[in-house]
Write a protein that binds this ligand. Structure first.
Ligand SMILES: Cc1cc2nc3c(=O)[nH]c(=O)nc-3n(C[C@H](O)[C@H](O)[C@H](O)COP(=O)(O)O)c2cc1C
Length: 406
């Protein structure tokens, strides 16, 4: 047998997903097949008319590369350092709530997959696995995403637990004073936990494996809360009613006094708010429009990146998410000034399609794509990509239109 034919054969021990999942879009298709419609819609959907959700993907599709030929750069070095931690790739998993709704491996499986590859996992306030269990599951870096509660003592308790569990950074979401209107969830009648209805009975008939995983695993709860301190079950809107509706800079100041490690805000979308966050003591800023799930018509983080970098200078870490689907998308964000790219839906596709192994597959895929893209761009790694970024990426409509989005 020729070596070419051997290369094309599936390698023994490889799962069907690994053999067939050549790109994130294959994994997304597999996730769609495996999940009942209402659950896939929860994962995939955005707020209102989903303008921001669609624009998030289109913005990356509209970026072009200008590679350097004959640069002699060789295989790129993807490592980077953020908050004093060396990361093998400039990638982290974004916080996602209710993750055991997607697959029984849930938060612990995703965190373990990320940790095995040295990638930070961000534990979410609204997780279905407690912070301590997630910390015990992962050998890798752990960050914590905080929703500030109406009751300060609940927030303080969560922050103290995050510190004790060894979370390195605290990421405070500042774009969820109220839930965005998720029309898909409303139309599907989705509740957390899912309640029996004619639609869910049909879902059971069509996806028995999914429902078996759900009913044989531990009950789905908001595992970071006990008793009455937590959010009530129900639709997304009911659940978020326990969050502080009047979130302000004063809350951030109090958190700065409470949390001793790196503190970031997740979700500012104006250069002036980015600058203020740093002036108020933040150690970094996480540019995100929540993957289009909160304020529809929000700007794209890419359009803020250049201005944000100018505001904060070269040494303040900028994290970016919303619409990153491939390693090439991540390379665009890094070239424009991001330090770390985060993905939400992409790793949930991996989780839905193959549990912990599906997440690991997705991360490896993004790493390989980043490496290949940097090599084809002719840069020696993350550091050179950052230094030469402006000459390597062309934003559709030019930098002027990019800035206009701010
Ligand atoms: C199913 C799902 C649940 C999410 N839950 C949270 C959450 O609890 N807290 C939060 O700050 N962001 C949450 N997000 C937003 C992500 O952290 C992230 O900002 C977004 O997914 C990035 O966009 P992307 O999905 O295009 O990568 C969630 C996103 C998804 C898809």
């Amino acid at each position: 047998m020729t070596s070419e034919k051997m290369r094309l054969l599936p390698r023994p021990g490889k799962s069907r997903l690994t053999r067939r999942g050549h790109s994130i879009f294959d994994i997304q298709r597999s996730a769609r097949r495996r999940l009942p419609r209402a659950i896939f819609d929860y994962l995939e959907g955005g707020a209102e008319q989903e303008r921001t959700l669609r624009a998030n993907l289109v913005r990356y599709a509209g970026c072009r590369f200008q590679p350097r030929v004959l640069s002699g750069a060789g295989v790129p070095d993807l490592q980077t350092t953020v908050f004093g931690q060396r990361l093998p790739i400039p990638l982290a998993l974004a916080p996602t709530g209710y993750t055991r709704l997607i697959h029984p491996d849930g938060e612990a499986g995703a965190a373990r997959a990320a940790g095995r590859l040295g990638v930070p996992y961000t534990a979410a306030t609204m997780a279905t696995t407690s912070l301590e269990e997630v910390a015990a599951a992962t050998p890798g870096p752990l960050w914590f995403q905080l929703y500030v509660s109406k009751e300060w003592r609940v927030t303080e308790a969560l922050v103290a637990r995050a510190q004790r569990a060894g979370c390195r950074a605290l990421l405070v979401s500042v774009d969820t004073q109220v839930a965005g209107q998720r029309l898909r969830d409303q139309r599907n009648g989705l509740t957390i936990p899912p309640a029996p209805s004619p639609a869910s009975l049909l879902g059971i008939a069509l996806h028995p494996r999914y429902w078996r995983g759900l009913v044989t695993g531990p009950e789905l709860t908001f595992a970071n809360f006990e008793g009455a301190s937590g959010p009530a079950a129900g639709g997304i809107a009911e659940i978020t009613r326990s969050f502080e509706p009047g979130l302000s800079w004063e809350h951030l100041r109090r958190l700065r006094q409470t949390w001793t490690g790196p503190l970031l805000v997740k979700g500012p979308l104006r250069p002036s708010d980015v600058a203020r966050a740093v002036a108020e003591g933040c150690d970094g800023v996480y540019l995100s429009n929540h993957g289009g799930r909160q304020l529809d018509r929000s700007p794209h983080p890419l359009d803020l990146l250049v201005a944000a970098r100018q505001q904060v200078g070269g040494n303040v870490p900028l994290l970016v998410d919303s619409g990153i689907r491939t390693g090439a998308d991540a390379v665009v964000a890094l070239a424009l000034g991001a330090d770390v790219c985060l993905v939400g839906r992409p790793y949930l596709y991996g989780l839905a399609a193959g549990g912990e192994e599906g997440v690991a597959l997705l991360i490896r895929m993004l790493r390989d794509e980043m490496e290949r893209t940097m090599q084809l761009l002719g840069v020696s790694g993350t550091a050179e990509l950052r230094a030469r970024g402006a000459e390597l990426v062309v934003l559709e409509g030019g930098a002027g239109s990019a800035m206009a989005g701010c």
